[in-house]
Design a protein around this ligand. Sequence first.
Ligand SMILES: [Ca+2]
Ligand SMILES: [Ca+2]
Length: 241
Amino acid sequence: MSSATWLYRAFEVSQIVVILLYCLFRHISCLEGYWIESTSLRNYQPDSKLVSTTASSHYACMMQCLMTDGCCFISYVTVNSTCVRHLGMGNVQSQESSSVWYIINDDNCPCGWHRFEASCFLFTNIYMTWNDSVAYCRILDARLAEADSKKKDSFIRGIAATTSGSFWLGGSDSDQENTWLWTASNLSMTKYDNWAPTNPNNYGGQGENADCICIGSWLKFYWDDCNCWEEQAPVCEKPVI
Ligand SMILES: [Ca+2]
Ligand SMILES: [Ca+2]
């Protein structure tokens, strides 16, 4: 091994040591094992950039992120050593070839997600159709949230009510009118539902076809059936890591 290679290796090792010391000092868990490389997010980036710099390696980029308040993600482009620090999941969009790593918090959820029982939830603030929301959550290795129990539903409604947003949940009756399913898990809603009074009402049935569950302040975050082409923000759910 050439002396230049040794020097580079020593430099990389010293960066890892600095990261570990920094994490020890901050009482946060950020061994490399607490960074997850997302294969589904490769070549995608959240658009909520904090700052873009250069870094000698993705480890160095991780260190820059850890030392930046609010940084949840990095994307790193090897060919030009570009290190982008991100605030969290904003609008995910395809980018130049990059790898993405995100931080797992001590609650075993990604930075910016909320833990409830065995799931992590992301309340996004980008608005899209229900079908696009399904695809969006999938890029994040998640699905549209399924409020399939009273406790889980109360948790989702509680967080939603602290925002100014309106959201899609993962329920639909598009396959068969009035047969509502949590579509990702194919679960029926016979055990639990939480419709707002007089709902689902298919918009009063006036030639409308409201087949997707949305929640918003207009019905105090009780379930409403909305037209699937409307634009709401997805709530994504995935198992804890
Ligand atoms: Ca319907
Ligand atoms: Ca309705």
